[in-house]
Design a protein around this ligand. Structure first.
Ligand SMILES: Cc1ncc(COP(=O)(O)O)c(C=O)c1O
Length: 377
């Protein structure tokens, strides 16, 4: 047997073999299995603890009757509803199996091996993966210093300086995950205006609905002014549909056309399309649950202050906390206490944990268990 037969993984491209895989939040079932405990809470993937609108659940149940049929690959009904909701033409929209898929499609469509893409230190980890998978160079701009008003946040000046003549994509999350930090709208607009015409700006607004409640503006109004701007959004967070996998990009029609050429034909299931369309008809649920989550975030922030645990400012539904050099042990002990949070060592933030805002009783439990751990240290 030849070496290649024995190790078929070696046939993957060098770029793919060099990737470090994305580490998602630990699923509840995995913790229950591994540690033999029950009553686990997950505050690790920034989901909406209130779930989706009942209208979305009902629509998904109804859509099950047609699960034996392929979905409408063009998602006409859902796209029409989404275009109306956003006030944009349908030909500016591309749907994804979660916004994660759109990030992948953007890299696939716009990056060649000889190209580069810019992202920020502590930026969402998927950007580096999708860039590097193509063989393109990933240029990471340093984030703002830990002692500034926006610790660990995107440094727009550093990002602008990182753009090279071979740069084709620039990734910005506003607010950013895992830091929760944000960039000011006026500064962001000026940044986008100065990006040379050979690069697209991918503005990832996964936490838009929470950010809006914190006074952080979104980029929808800049769509016509900046043909290079691609907004990426999701139904996974405030819309409470993370398991359904629906994301979308809003871009110049030519960019949407390029993305749609390589998009898998049936990437959003009929169940997901029905759920997301129905979720758009109940925006009150989204607004109300986002309002409750933001109020809880502030309550959690006060409790963390009382425990003398520093955290970065957040315009999203999570807080990035600095629990000191024992963070890996604290993460592990929280798991034993039935609380899943996200360790951030992989982001180069070994003292930090990311805590998604949960239901009030879940946040109380997190604070109680964390407080006990810190006191016993
Ligand atoms: C900033 C950001 N962008 C994109 C995503 C991907 O989400 P989804 O693929 O569920 O839409 C996430 C998920 O955590 C995120 O935090």
């Amino acid at each position: 047997m030849s070496t290649q037969q024995a190790h078929p993984g070696r046939l993957a491209t060098a770029a793919v073999r060099a990737l470090s895989p994305y580490v998602p939040g630990k699923p509840i079932s995995e913790l229950e299995r591994e540690y033999g405990i029950g009553d686990v809470i997950k505050l690790a993937s920034n989901e909406n603890p209130y779930g989706p609108s009942p209208a979305a659940l009902a629509a998904m149940h109804a859509a099950l009757a047609e699960v034996w049929l392929y979905p409408d690959g063009g998602a006409h009904e859902f796209k029409r509803a989404l275009a109306r909701h956003l006030g944009v033409p349908e030909n500016t929209l591309t749907l994804g199996n979660g916004s994660n898929e759109l990030l992948l499609l953007l890299a696939e469509a716009f990056l060649r091996e000889q190209d580069a893409a810019v992202c920020s230190q502590y930026g969402f980890a998927i950007y580096q993966i999708v860039i590097r998978a193509t063989g393109a160079r990933c240029i990471e701009a340093s984030a703002l210093d830990a002692h500034t008003g926006m610790p660990y946040g995107h440094d727009l000046a550093a990002m602008a300086a990182a753009i090279t003549p071979d740069t084709r994509l620039v990734f910005i999350a506003n607010p950013n995950n895992p830091t929760g930090t944000w960039v000011d709208s006026t500064a962001l607009r000026a940044f986008i205006a100065a990006v040379p015409a050979h690069a697209l700006v991918v503005l990832d607004e996964a936490y838009l609905e929470y950010a809006a409640l914190s006074g952080v503006g979104d980029g929808l109004g800049w769509r016509e002014e900046f043909p290079q701007l691609v907004l990426v959004r999701t139904f996974s967070k405030a819309f409470g549909l993370a398991g359904a996998r629906v994301g979308y990009a809003i871009s110049h029609p030519e960019v949407a056309d390029a993305l749609n050429r390589i998009r898998p034909a049936f990437n959003v299931s009929n169940i997901a399309q029905a759920g997301a369309a129905a979720a758009l008809s109940d925006l009150r649920h989204v607004r109300e649950s986002a309002r409750l989550v933001v109020a809880e975030r502030e309550r959690l922030a006060s409790a963390l202050r009382a425990l003398a645990v520093p955290f970065a400012p957040s315009a999203a539904n999570f807080l990035m906390v600095d629990v000191g050099p024992r963070a890996p042990q604290i993460y592990e002990q929280l798991l034993r206490g039935g609380v899943i949070v996200r360790p951030l060592g992989g982001y180069g933030l070994p003292r930090h944990l990311r805590i998604s805002v949960g239901l009030p009783e879940q946040n109380d439990r997190l604070v109680r268990v964390l407080g006990e751990l810190l006191r016993s240290a």
